[in-house]
Write a protein that binds this ligand. Structure first.
Ligand SMILES: Nc1ncnc2c1ncn2[C@@H]1O[C@H](COP(=O)(O)OP(=O)(O)OP(=O)(O)O)[C@@H](O)[C@H]1O
Length: 475
């Protein structure tokens, strides 16, 4: 150390004594970021004046690297780059400190050390800044919590409603998929519950506490898909409208990534996705660095992937990578046994959301539902029930309520049965319709329905059995 430097340090020490009263804590380091001096202020100690960060005495740390006292100190940066931080906010234990960090130079402008001091929080003009910072910190923490909660799965296997053999098999497969870590391919027509199943698998897996992130490939313009998937590096020039941000793979790290409508993925992106699945790392747009990701993939589609492979629009290597554990969801028309329980579920949900009494479905209404083909599957059923609540009144849902909602929902017996059919069939159909109409008019009361049809109760029961009608109300 030259004589000039000694003088410089002596001056700095004198200065420190002067401003000692104004500040909470101060540290002086040399050009190697080793501690030269720091003041004996309460900020370095806890309430019992036990030194924080394991320091027993102040002299003990003189000569030690700054990081021993403040592990994430920026002082090394100051002495190495010569940059100053005139005002910065630093958290140190319980304290939020307003800190200034300044490089110290000799006459030749060479860096010889750096000085940091924490301004006293008690100075009234600084308090609002510190308070605002604390508020922002807690708001940030809350928002991070909310974001994590929004990425938690909303549904578990219990939310998959239905007791038909087809639905029971789906539930079995969902539970099994929860126990393994392989890729799952969920197949089924639109509205059959593919996303619900994906969430239920995540909820049944040991990744349940990590994020569930979904991306609908069909809903995102092709030129934005890659950025959505892999993210955009900070500072990357990648075209208008692309801010630096993490991709869905990074967001789903440790958890599950649900790739909905995978059949709509453009071929070039299919190749990139395959590479990510093999290498388990992503390269954000505009970056030449790769990021390791640990993500469980659940893909879904309503498209015929094998056919798409044959005509070259879906890569077969990607298909085999995704199709490790396939789950085929049945169309609603193939498990109509579940119509009643599903319709009741949606009726209950509508009642709750509109704050109205729940409307039961009459046997006639259920029969009208059974007569429909449900191209939109469970989602269509939910929509139909919602429309009934919004468009009609009444304590129960009747077949007539579907008249304007379900195309071709026959609610009344037709006097002109279809031609070119055996008479017996048409008679049967007419009889069935008459019974359903009577039951509906009697609001499910079988005794009343039998009376209005001029039948004995036993006779009506026999006919109900013959036509497979299950009425839910006993007389
Ligand atoms: N078995 C079920 N039990 C309860 N609700 C169901 C069931 N199946 C589907 N749903 C409900 O039906 C609606 C449609 O389901 P979902 O969005 O999961 O279907 P999807 O197959 O992913 O549709 P798409 O292919 O159009 O994206 C959702 O509100 C979902 O909660």
């Amino acid at each position: 150390m030259t004589a000039g430097r000694d003088e410089h340090f002596a001056a700095a020490r004198a200065l420190m004594v002067m401003i000692d009263e104004m500040i909470d804590g101060a540290i002086l380091v040399d050009k190697d970021a080793r501690i030269v001096w720091f003041n004996d202020k309460h900020v370095w100690f806890d309430d019992k004046r036990k030194a924080l960060l394991g320091i027993r005495s102040l002299t003990e740390v003189v000569g030690q690297p700054i990081e021993r006292v403040i592990p994430h100190s920026q002082m090394r940066d100051v002495v190495e780059t010569g940059r100053s931080f005139p005002l910065d906010i630093m958290r140190y234990g319980e304290h939020t400190l307003l800190v200034s960090r300044l490089p110290l130079r000799d006459e030749q402008g060479e860096i010889i050390g750096a000085l940091a001091f924490a301004l006293k929080n008690s100075l009234t003009y600084l308090r609002p800044i510190a308070e605002r910072f604390n508020k922002l910190q807690s708001r940030l923490a809350r928002m991070e919590q909310e974001l994590a909660a929004s990425r938690a799965p909303k549904y578990s296997v219990e939310n998959l409603v239905g007791f038909s053999p087809a639905m029971l098999q789906v539930k079995r497969l969902v539970r099994k998929a929860g126990q393994i870590n392989s890729a799952v391919l969920v197949l089924g027509e639109t509205g059959t519950g593919k996303e619900l199943v994906a969430q239920a698998i995540h909820a049944a897996s040991d990744r349940v506490d990590r994020p569930f992130v979904g991306i609908n490939v069909a809903a995102i313009p092709e030129n934005l898909l890659e950025a959505e998937f892999f993210g955009v590096a900070p500072g990357a020039y990648t075209g208008a409208g692309r801010q630096p941000r993490p991709g869905k793979f990074q967001l789903a790290h440790g958890g599950t990534l649900f790739l909905d409508e995978i059949g709509d993925m453009p071929l070039p992106l299919q190749a990139k996705l395959l590479r990510v699945l093999q290498e388990r790392e992503v390269e954000p747009l505009g970056s030449n660095q790769v990021i390791k990701v640990d993500v469980r993939i659940i893909a879904a589609t309503s498209r015929p992937l094998p056919e798409m492979m044959r005509n070259g629009t879906f890569r077969s290597d990607l298909y085999y990578r995704l199709n490790v554990f396939p789950i085929q969801l049945p169309a609603l028309r193939d498990h109509k046994e579940d119509l009643e329980i599903l319709a009741s579920l949606f009726s209950e949900r509508m009642a709750v959301s509109l704050d109205q009494p729940m409307r039961d479905l009459t046997p006639g209404a259920l029969d009208a539902l059974r007569g429909h083909d449900w191209p939109g599957n469970v989602r269509e059923l939910a929509n139909v029930i919602e429309q009934v609540y919004v468009r009609t009144e009444g304590e129960r849902i009747l077949a007539d309520d579907f008249a304007d909602i379900l195309p071709g929902a026959a609610t009344r017996p037709t006097a002109s049965p279809a031609r070119k059919r055996p008479l017996a069939d048409s008679m049967d159909e007419l009889e069935r319709s008459l019974i359903l109409a009577a039951l509906e008019d009697a609001q499910g009361n079988k005794l009343e329905a039998a009376r209005s049809l001029g039948l004995s109760r036993t006779n009506l029961y026999a006919k109900l059995r013959k036509h497979g009608i299950t009425a839910d109300s006993e007389a």
